[in-house]
Design a protein around this ligand. Structure first.
Ligand code: ZN
Length: 381
């Protein structure tokens, strides 16, 4: 028998599976074993993957932070898939109550319209809707592509295909119908009429609608804190009051009052503002794990943009024999390269960032960044 970190129940060993504490789709599989566990039951793995990880990953902010840093580590030959930006739902293009039109932007600012069946309202705050339904019913997608330069065309179309791999795909501004049959479906009169509407709407206000879940990070943080707390401190961590508090947050459908949320967020202060300058790494997620005063904390910077902090534990006795965290340990992963660094101590990371003492691993990572001025223009002269 084994106790599940997330639900706290004791279950047979066969009921457990590998859990990525930081989700795979955000680059979690490249991180060290500290971010993985076999102490989560299959039930939690599946339900939390769908509702907690899913609502964070498919949050409007997460998707658009991801897209905004896409050019940092772009492949110099153009052999890469880039994320799309999510704009929102465009009701004016929807032809019935049962249809949804979602508006995305491609890597070169390409307009992309995805028409699909309406989902149940639980997925209203998920960009792209219900991923399971979309597998069965992938819908139709139209692109108005910007680039004429082959380097960018390859990136745009590969990213488009990858994102909408099952949908029927149409191009609105194809110079020639026979061009690229492997990418696009042949359009009938019905699709030709939609293409005409979309082309005529270019440059007009699309009046996009967005529903954003402002609390999706709260349960996500509770989950990560529980997972890391267990991996660092072991079974005794799960018995603490604070671990129980995190489990309560994790299983709550909606935060029921703002004061509790504040209490949860209020723990951020010990870290101070300077960390907001030090922690971010362009195009990467950075994680600082540290014992500081009465708290054992995790500070994350997602895609070098969004700060999320959480207390992992407030039981000082737990970390008395974990001195390696008293200076702070930094973990770093670049999802676009599927590359993570070995943990480094916070002082070494700070010295590097302040350009006092360069760290070799960080220098190597910097060398992989692309100078945007060396990339070709989107449109050929
Ligand atoms: Zn469980």
């Amino acid at each position: 028998m084994r106790r599940c970190i997330y639900c706290g129940e004791r279950k047979e060993l066969t009921k457990f599976s590998l859990e990525h504490i930081f989700p795979q789709s955000l680059g979690g599989s490249s991180l060290s074993n500290l971010f993985k566990t076999h102490h989560v039951c299959r039930y939690c793995n599946s339900i939390i993957g769908q509702w907690v990880d899913g609502s964070f990953i498919r949050n409007w902010f997460t998707q658009n932070f991801k897209a905004s840093i896409a050019n940092v580590y772009i492949d110099s030959q153009g052999n890469c898939i880039l994320p799309l930006s999510y704009m929102g739902r465009v009701k004016r293009f929807e032809t019935s109550e049962q249809e949804i039109c979602e508006f995305w932007l491609g890597p070169c600012g390409d307009s992309i319209y995805h028409f699909h069946d309406a989902f149940d309202s639980r997925y209203d705050t998920f960009v792209g809707g219900n991923p399971i339904n979309l597998k069965k019913n992938p819908g139709d997608v139209y692109i108005i592509a910007v680039p004429t330069n082959p380097f960018w065309q390859k990136i745009v179309f590969n990213s488009f295909i990858s994102h909408f791999n099952k949908a029927r795909r149409f191009i609105c501004n194809a110079p020639d119908e026979n061009n690229g049959e492997w990418i696009f479906s042949k359009s009938s009169e019905k699709e030709k009429a939609i293409i005409k509407i979309l082309m005529e709407a270019r440059g007009t206000d699309h009046e996009v609608n967005n529903l954003i879940d402002p609390y999706s990070h709260e349960r996500f943080l509770a989950k990560i804190a529980l997972g890391l707390g267990f991996n660092i401190f072991g079974d005794k961590y799960l018995e603490t009051d604070y671990a129980q508090f995190l489990r309560d947050i994790l299983w709550r459908k909606k935060p029921n009052n703002t004061s509790e949320l504040k209490r949860f967020l209020g723990y951020f202060d010990p870290v101070g503002e300077s960390l907001k300058v030090i922690l971010p790494w362009e195009g990467a997620h950075t994680f600082l794990i540290m014992s500081i005063g009465d708290y054992f904390i995790l500070c994350m910077c997602i895609y070098g943009k969004a700060f999320l902090n959480v207390v992992i534990s407030d039981e000082r006795s737990l970390w008395s024999d974990h001195k390696n965290y008293s200076d702070g340990q930094i973990f770093l992963v670049v999802p676009q390269l599927s590359k993570a660094l070995n943990p480094i101590s916070l002082p070494i990371y700070i010295s590097h960032k302040l350009q006092e003492l360069p760290a070799k691993e960080l220098q190597e990572l910097e060398a992989l960044k692309i100078d945007p001025s060396t990339l070709p223009p989107y449109v050929n002269e």
